[in-house]
Design a protein around this ligand. Structure first.
Ligand code: SF4
Ligand code: SF4
Length: 137
């Protein structure tokens, strides 16, 4: 079993909201593996990055370590940076899973995450329970 995870910042939001959907079977299996690992091992160390991570490794959109070309990669990195700003931690911070998801819960409630997630195609699943005054873009 892995002793440490590399996770890009915006994926902290995705991990919290994962419901078994994803781009491919392989992607979903890996995502489930990571979610289960975190749930079973709250002490596992997680390093927060703004580049392709242990989730991107099994994603078909990961082209040579970039998310679908420079334009989208820049956009995704911007999402990561927004998450880091909200969490008040610098890139490459390492914390255990329990600590990181405590501050994620505190500083990234649905209302904040909803804005950062912008036009993600999974938004209708991740935020299906969000209050009706928030409008999808
Ligand atoms: S909407 Fe997209 S970016 Fe946001 S938590 Fe869900 S999968 Fe992640
Ligand atoms: S490569 Fe892009 S779409 Fe795929 S998991 Fe990583 S950030 Fe998400």
């Amino acid at each position: 079993m892995k002793r440490k995870l590399i996770i890009r910042a915006h994926h902290l939001m995705c991990i919290q909201r994962f419901e078994g959907y994803g781009y491919t079977e392989e992607f979903v299996e890996n995502m489930q593996y990571i979610v289960d690992m975190i749930n079973k091992n709250p002490d596992i160390q997680i390093t927060i990055v703004t580049e392709c991570d242990d989730i991107c490794t099994f994603c078909p959109s990961n082209i040579n370590g970039k998310c679908r070309g420079d334009l989208l990669d820049n956009h995704i990195t911007y999402m990561d940076q927004q998450v880091l700003d909200k969490l008040k931690i610098p890139e490459n911070t390492t914390l255990n899973a329990n600590e990181i998801f405590q501050i994620t819960g505190k500083y990234l409630p649905d209302s904040v995450a909803f804005e950062i997630c912008d036009e993600c195609i999974w938004k209708h699943i991740c935020f299906k329970n969000i209050s009706t005054h928030m409008q999808y873009k």
